[in-house]
Design a protein around this ligand. Sequence first.
Ligand code: FAD
Length: 310
Amino acid sequence: PYDVLIVGGGPAGAAAAVYAARKGIRTGVAAERFGGQVNDTLGIENYISIVETDGPKFAANLEAHVRAYEVDIMNLQRADKLVPAAEPGGLVEVHLANGGVLKGKTVILSTGARWRNVNVPGEAEYRNKGVAYCPHCDGPLFKGKRVSVIGGGNSGVEAAIDLAGIVSHVTLVEFAEQLKADAVLVRKLLSLPNVTVHTNAQTTEILGADGKVNGLRYKDRATGAEHLVALEGVFVQIGLVPNTEWLKGTVELSKYGEIIVDAKGQTSVPGVFAAGDATTTPYKQIVIAAGEGAKAALSAFDHLIRSSAP
Ligand code: FAD
């Protein structure tokens, strides 16, 4: 068995692997796609000490850093079940979709999350070419330009307020009749001079030319009339979904499906820790996921030295 078995190979899992391996303990990482969301990222400009890099380069460096240590990397492996230890100090099992079973004295869950898509024509075609999902990451790329935010929940309204300070104009488009964000955020949003809000409005298409976004089409759901907004960027903010469906009923999850962790990354299951976008830790960012991964590995090590027989 592994001393530390990590499920997920994004920034959180990679940091956990490096920290665990540096303790000289048996470490394994099973990941569906090593690198995680970073593989889909174009520019990264907010990982402290690296002024600018791109996603594929960052992902390759994550893997190289983990490979510099004795870590078993099991890529292209999807976990579909977690079985807690039968007795205190026993082994935790991770069942794989291919039928294999991995065992660990401790397990770190770092399966990340995925942005919910609006699934309209143009979204996939212009992803990273004007269609963005992360205002903290990509907001500055649209400085002085016109953007739209799709989604009027807390994340959409927060994104619109944030972007309004950077871009020239924000058009927020919400499907429902009313914005669902907290009243204090809605008040703040409506007080901004460079924001237009359309509710009861269904986004139907993201348009572009020459490989760049140039517009968004929405339908007024009350009248059926179609409208076109000219702009340079579209931020899709209709939800971030944690990759935790396989843990339901085993590990305590929040109402959003996030793994509930304490300040040390401990989950509700003894010996099982979690880190990164899959957890309740706020602000889903690479630097935060990496820090949380390091923390979970140190917590797992602490658990091992306290619980293992001499
Ligand atoms: P992830 O990166 O999501 O990694 C999850 C890992 O778990 C992957 O290896 C995945 O294959 C694996 N996995 C999932 N389910 C299973 C399973 N059942 N079994 C086995 N393995 C599984 N953040 C920034 O800080 N700066 C940016 O500029 C930035 N830009 C972004 C741009 C885009 C387009 C996107 C989508 C995100 C961006 N982010 C950015 C956010 C950042 O990528 C995430 O916060 C970060 O990757 C989270 O790391 P993680 O390790 O928690 O999860």
